[in-house]
Write a protein that binds this ligand. Sequence first.
Ligand code: SAM
Length: 185
Amino acid sequence: MPAPPRKRHLPNVAVLRVGHRPSRDPRLTTHVALAARALGASRMYLHPPDPELAERIAAVARRWGGNFEIVGVPSWKPVLDEYRGGVVHLTMYGEPLDRTIPRLRRARRLLLVVGGAKVPSALFESADHNVAVGSQPHSEVAALAVVLDRLLGRVPTSRFSGADRRIVPQRRGKRVVPSRNRKGR
Ligand SMILES: C[S@@+](CC[C@H](N)C(=O)[O-])C[C@H]1O[C@@H](n2cnc3c(N)ncnc32)[C@H](O)[C@@H]1O
């Protein structure tokens, strides 16, 4: 009998969002966090901290499950220095993703760093890898989504345990039902 296909071990992935401007970027950074959570990251470090945004994402996790959290950080450098895993800075100036993805997939832990309007040049030096999703300018949400999908693929629904509710996918319309594995049941 042929051996069953070996299950690929998936890296634990955290995200660091630098250069957030609380008064100008709340929607964009919220989308970075929502994409990170939905596509399998375990947490997002946010520089500088934004407690209102962190609370909005915590409310999403209470409704839709999982343990994703936002950790506000007053400076980004110590996060990189203290991270026990590979640091991957997403930048249009980096090496092509296709070339780096086989190496990244072998890692146990990865920190994906995305910037905002201005990216400190020290980030390029501090990262283990500078990785481009195409050598054209686009967006932190798009870059993060592509890399998470290429790294982790489909995220198991078990990652979102403890949800209040769940979506029953429909060809048309919306169907949301109470979740069977709600917290406190
Ligand atoms: C609006 S861009 C910032 C560009 C900025 N002018 C700079 O110095 O790089 C915001 C973020 O989107 C991400 N990004 C944009 N285009 C990218 C690409 N082609 N590949 C990877 N990441 C990209 C990067 O993380 C970047 O820091």
